[in-house]
Design a protein around this ligand. Structure first.
Ligand code: NAI
Length: 269
């Protein structure tokens, strides 16, 4: 894809799901990829397998990879990650803010610590990474692109996931505000808004045919999205084909943000 070959891209949360697909897609298009991963004890083994698989795929496409451990919700980790990547490559061209979590609970019972954890990871983490990337581009007077992996829930409320909805709503304004602030300095900032996508974050329904059919019954196009589809949209927004696009969120959602309940004219007839 035009403008991706030879570029350096940092993908947060790149060891699984959408982030992993993005890492591999950019390698397919000729970029070098820094794969950020985050391990906790519970997911260590699964993450390691996924990480190694991702790394082999990137290398298979000729991309040079960097593996970089960091918890994006911690400033010292974010700084360490950027120091490591820029130290090794000398630069970074694209930042993909993909790392994200969600926690379910009735809002009136939600532990404030859990609410904060989601915001710290999804929104503040994305901001801290964006800040480091922008500082680098300004100091080198070079161009850069940020993609925020947001969600349809940046505009659709998500009961029982209030931290998640708030974090993604914040991401929309993060995208728009940074885009406006740096538009005149060769920096573009866009988002993608995935709909229901087959990844580990949705382990509650992806392997259960009945639950999956129920989820898909709500989607106008009748199926869940694939990580590769999110990766293509991210690559497009980083590419030269999107050179005049900034501040936008591209929803990749099979029509989920089109108010599916209005498929029939129940409100007027
Ligand atoms: P996933 O659970 O496979 O990926 C999330 C990644 O973020 C994991 O690799 C995880 O290790 C990493 N991560 C979590 N906390 C982190 C932290 N503190 N520091 C660094 N990395 C951390 O799930 P998926 O679906 O691939 O999610 C990726 C992004 O896509 C998330 O931001 C999510 O909100 C968004 N998204 C996903 C949708 C879906 O249906 N799968 C729909 C809409 C948005």
């Amino acid at each position: 894809m035009k403008g991706i070959q030879g570029k350096k891209v940092l993908v947060t949360g790149g060891s699984s799901g959408i982030g992993q697909a993005i890492a591999i897609k950019f390698a397919e298009y000729g970029a070098d990829v820094a794969i950020n991963y985050y391990r906790n004890r519970d997911e260590a083994e699964a993450t390691e397998d996924a990480l190694n698989w991702c790394r082999r795929q990137v290398q298979q496409h000729g991309g040079k990879d960097i593996l970089v451990q960091a918890d994006v919700s911690k400033k010292e980790d974010v700084d360490g990650m950027f120091d490591a990547v820029i130290g090794e490559w000398g630069t970074v061209d694209f930042l993909i803010n993909n790392a994200g979590i969600q926690i379910a609970a009735d809002s009136h019972e939600l532990d404030v610590e859990k609410f904060t954890r989601v915001i710290n990871t999804n929104t503040i983490g994305a901001f801290m990474c964006a800040q480091r990337a922008i500082q680098h581009w300004l100091s080198e007077d070079k161009a850069g692109v940020i993609i925020n992996v947001s969600s349809v829930h940046q505009v659709i409320p998500k009961p029982r996931f209030v931290g998640y909805s708030v974090s993604k709503g914040g991401m929309q304004n993060l995208t728009r505000t940074l885009a406006l602030e740096y538009a005149g300095r060769k920096i573009r900032v866009n988002g993608i808004g995935p709909g229901a996508t087959v990844t580990p974050i949705n382990r509650a329904w992806i392997d259960d045919p009945e639950k999956k059919a129920m989820v898909e019954s709500h989607i106008p196009m009748g199926r869940a999205g694939e990580s590769e589809e999110m990766a293509e949209a991210s690559a497009f927004l980083c590419s030269d084909f999107a050179a005049y696009i900034t501040g936008q969120t591209l929803f990749v959602d099979g029509g989920l943000t089109l108010y599916p309940d209005f498929r029939t004219a129940w409100s007027s007839e």
